[in-house]
Design a protein around this ligand. Sequence first.
Ligand code: PMP
Length: 289
Amino acid sequence: MKIYMNDKLVEATEAKVSVFDHGLLYGDGIFEGIRLYDGCVFKLDEHLERLEYSAKAIMLDIPWSREEIAAAVCETCRANGLVSGYIRLVITRGVGSLGLSIKNCDKPQLIIIADKIQLYPEEYYEKGLEIITVPTRRINSAALPPTIKSLNYLNNILAKIEAQHLGYHEAIMLNDQGYVAECTGDNIFVVHKGELITPTASAGALKGITRDTVLDIAEQLGVPWREANLTRYDVWVAEELFLTGTAAEIIPIVKVDARTIGNGLPGKVTARFLEQFRQRVSREGTMLS
Ligand code: PMP
């Protein structure tokens, strides 16, 4: 496998970062997870825009232009003969001294990995997934804005550990006010009385690219939608529930905290959104040149 590092492709065995890289020492860096469908990179520009916003928020100057990174993403996919898969794009703060200061870190490191995607088993898309709420709260945005897609994922990892410990794949994380923020690696949507509702980013959610696509589909289908604070109660009494994410796409949820959602089967609204989403991924995207 070939990995893109800084300005060239190298063999995976040669793709190494320094032990002094602040990405490793402090989780000081940013990343994106992007999908490649049938030779087209889905929402590449949106991902690169979010990457730039994350960089701005952590005061990291990206020394590569958006066009250069886009070209590097395509080159990495091509070099690995990938037609469909998952692209992990990482920018670390780079090598610095053994302290928190970013002053000595003058060379950010760009890493692009293009690989096959590990999906949820198909049965979860057919039968729906069961999830729970975990005790670990989503970090307060005054501490670390969850809108920054940073390399510091320990908050989500702690929640994921709790979920897996109890036998679940995903979990709802509440914010420190007790409202639903998001899941450990996905955004959450409720369908209630024909309306689509999702937490605002300020409630502790990442501004998901799939979330945006779903809101766009809602506009297209004429399904009313809004962003709102959601409680666990709102989730339990929802008619339908689904999660969105680059890897998960749109996945139906049929049980939360042992409460059956709707009739316990993936709902019709969710199915419509998933169908529209799959149509979009097959016709939109940046073709590998
Ligand atoms: N929330 C979190 C915490 C995530 O890590 C992700 C991405 N896996 C999402 C939401 C979904 O965002 P996107 O649709 O951009 O992948």
